[in-house]
Design a binder for this molecule. Structure first.
Ligand code: NAI
Length: 249
């Protein structure tokens, strides 16, 4: 696939979609820089990646914190050299009515889901330049395209991330660095447990998913792996929906 030996930095790799992408990359011989805040879970994922044949290291970082992202840049560079692949996956959601959010809650969602991607790109892109290959994958959401009540900051952050992806792709097109967003529909992870565990909310989601099922996180892993391959070198500045048909309606 042309990615063996590449260095991939994945945020929020301790669980959910980040873990699935990590375990999809591992057998392809990618060197994995895994970042997150839960070091125990992260180390466990790194161990699983090593068992699949990958070199993997963990780095503690709150990606919403500018100083910690600068430190991460130094640490990853010292351990692996420049990152070839940057997967901005970490994200949060707090579900409530617009009028009920505190400013701190609003800021934490925008900071984690959108501003952190700017911070990561600002740190890691300079090391990617002039090397003839680069991949940046931003995990957005169908909520950046359509929406639901109780999602104002989340939808705003994800729609913003899709716009960010397009502009950045234009800046980096001549460098053969592709920038692509993936917009998942409903995937069974810790983030969506509150919906899956509530029969009414679960039915609300399933009734809007033409395939009537939750997505398997491993499918996001396979898509990310493909986007990092040489075969996907002409895919840039776009957003790929993987949603069981939700947004087709
Ligand atoms: P999750 O909650 O299971 O995992 C999120 C990961 O991000 C965790 O490892 C968490 O520790 C990490 N994280 C959160 N804030 C962080 C911070 N400030 N610094 C470092 N790490 C941080 O969520 P899931 O489902 O795996 O989501 C991954 C991405 O996919 C998110 O961006 C989410 O918005 C997006 N997404 C998920 C969908 C789903 O159905 N699961 C649907 C659409 C989008």
């Amino acid at each position: 696939m042309g990615i063996s030996g590449r260095v991939a930095l994945i945020t929020g790799a301790s669980r959910g979609l980040g873990k699935a992408m990590t375990l999809a990359m591992a057998p392809a011989g990618v060197k994995l820089a895994l970042t997150g805040r839960d070091m125990e879970a992260l180390s466990d994922v790194a161990g699983q990646a090593r068992q699949l044949g990958a070199e993997a290291e963990v780095f503690r970082c709150d990606i919403a914190n500018e100083a910690q992202v600068r430190q991460l840049e130094k640490d990853v560079l010292a351990k692996f050299g420049p990152a070839d692949i940057l997967i901005n996956n970490a994200g949060i959601n707090i579900r409530k009515l617009c009028v009920d959010y505190t400013l701190d809650e609003w800021n934490s969602i925008i900071q984690t889901n959108l501003t952190s991607v700017f911070l990561m790109c600002r740190s890691f892109i300079p090391h990617m330049l002039g090397r003839g290959y680069g991949r940046i994958i931003n995990i957005a959401s169908i909520m950046g395209h359509i929406s639901f009540p109780q999602r104002t900051p989340y939808s705003a952050s994800k729609a913003g991330l899709i716009g960010f992806t397009k502009s950045l792709a234009l800046e980096l097109a001549q460098e053969n660095i592709t920038v692509v967003a993936i917009s998942p529909g409903p995937f069974a992870t810790e983030m969506t447990v509150p919906i899956m565990n509530d029969p009414e909310k679960n039915e609300q989601f399933m009734s809007r998913t033409p395939q009537r099922r939750w997505g398997d996180p491993r499918d996001i892993g396979k898509l990310a792996l493909y986007l990092c391959s040489d075969d996907a070198s002409f895919i840039t500045g776009t957003d790929i929906l993987i949603d069981g048909g939700w947004c087709a309606q």
